[in-house]
Design a protein around this ligand. Structure first.
Ligand SMILES: *Cc1c(COP(=O)(O)O)cnc(C)c1O
Length: 394
């Protein structure tokens, strides 16, 4: 198999990642950090303007901040979105967006597989406010069709999903939503805009845990939501109340991370594919979940809607939780840690990590086995990573 040709897209995004914020950066080559909570007006008139103009970036930092603006302009360019809003975490972005868009009596469709925090928001929080939620099998478009009601207002997606790397047909769900006057929001954290541009496929809003690939260095917690200005402005208004503001310092680190996102993702993709192939061929490995493998049940869809297949994969060894933990304990390079998308490889057993949020019965229904292992493939040398995996499997 050859990877789809991503040269054009990556070149384009590589340039955007470095130059998209030029107009808002002024003549500073590196972005300045506006470490200030507030901005002074020179007249009564100007103060009134600052306080009432939507998304004024020089009034009070919960409303906006020039450093955050540079980051937002860059992410909007990468996602092909009109606007973006950075937030203090990925969950801050997702919960602010969802709580902005739905009201009592509305119906929301989500997936059986989401990041744990999103599952809790959909399953536990929304029903407390009179919002009706249906969680469907993301791999089957007819399950979305069957779930649609007159009151469906929002469809929440994640593709590839955590931790089984299952895909949602984004074009099909986008169309279904438009036909039924519902909005769509996707968590694009695993793919990044370098591998998947959901807005071009007809999705309304894209959210990220920018803590992961976008930041890329495991040194910040940040989030973003991007989409049409009208919707992002609405979410911004709610964010003034919910308050998940990104600190300008962290925004600056995020912007630094974004400069190298396209080149990092290219390497993450390459090394993850090599590791997925190595694992798939190993006699001790029962199954590998990676959209770039021909054996992935949705490989064709992956090739249709993605231009690369991410640095994330999950797999099962022969044996269960005990064997998985022994294997993780023998590894020398990947750290045994939550999170993903950084320069360093990270490994976890999701069933151990999610035990707080998901019951054993639920694990079974959604197909997360106790022995499942999730690997975030970092930027270490491919041969070094494979030899480390090899010695730990021996
Ligand atoms: C980490 C993660 C989140 C949550 O983001 P935070 O920045 O930790 O709040 C949401 N979705 C996915 C897919 C994630 O990996």
């Amino acid at each position: 198999m050859t990877l789809p040709n991503t040269d054009d897209l990556n070149e384009d995004l590589s340039t955007q990642a470095i130059h998209a914020d030029k107009d808002v950066r002024g003549n500073a080559v590196a972005p300045p950090i506006y470490a200030t909570a507030n901005f002074a007006a020179t007249s009564e008139e100007e103060f009134g303007e600052m306080a009432t103009q939507p998304r004024h970036e020089r009034f009070y930092t919960r409303y906006g901040n020039p450093t955050n603006r540079q980051t937002e302009v860059t992410i909007a360019a990468l996602e092909g979105a009109e606007s973006a809003l950075v937030t203090g975490s990925g969950m801050g972005a997702i919960s602010t967006a969802v709580l902005t868009l739905v009201s009592q009596g509305d119906h929301v469709i989500g997936q059986q597989h989401h990041y744990g925090g999103t599952t809790s928001l959909l399953r536990d929080v929304l029903p407390r406010f009179g919002v009706d939620v249906t969680l469907v099998d993301q791999t089957d478009i007819s399950s979305f069709e069957r779930a649609i009601k007159k009151s469906t207002r929002l469809i929440v997606l994640e593709s590839p999903s955590n931790p089984l790397l299952r895909l949602t047909d984004l074009r099909a769900v986008g169309q279904l939503a438009r036909e039924n006057n519902a909005l769509t929001l996707i968590d694009n954290t695993f793919a990044t805009p370098c591998n998947q541009r959901p807005i071009e496929l007809g999705i309304d809003l894209v959210a990220h845990s920018a803590t992961k690939y976008m930041g890329g260095h495991s040194d910040i917690i940040a989030g973003v939501v991007a989409g049409p200005t009208k919707l992002v402005e609405k979410i911004w208004k709610a964010s003034l109340i919910f308050g998940a503001v990104l600190s300008p310092f962290d925004s600056w680190l995020l912007l630094r991370g974004l400069r190298t996102l396209p080149i990092r993702v290219e390497r993450h993709n390459q090394t993850a594919l090599a590791i997925a192939r190595f694992l798939e061929a190993h006699p001790r490995v029962r199954v590998v979940n990676y959209p770039g493998l021909e054996s992935h049940p949705q490989h064709d869809l992956a090739r249709e809607q993605m231009t690369g297949f991410t640095g994330m994969l999950s797999f099962e060894l022969d044996g269960g939780a005990k064997e998985a933990d022994q294997f993780i304990g023998k590894l020398k390079l990947p750290s045994h840690a939550a999170s993903l998308g950084g320069v360093e490889s990270l490994i976890v057993r999701p069933a151990a990590m999610l035990a707080q949020q998901i019951s054993e019965a639920e694990f079974q229904t959604i197909g997360i086995t106790p022995g499942l292992i999730r690997l975030s493939v970092g930027l270490e040398n491919e041969r070094d990573l494979i030899s480390d995996l090899e010695q730990a499997l021996a």
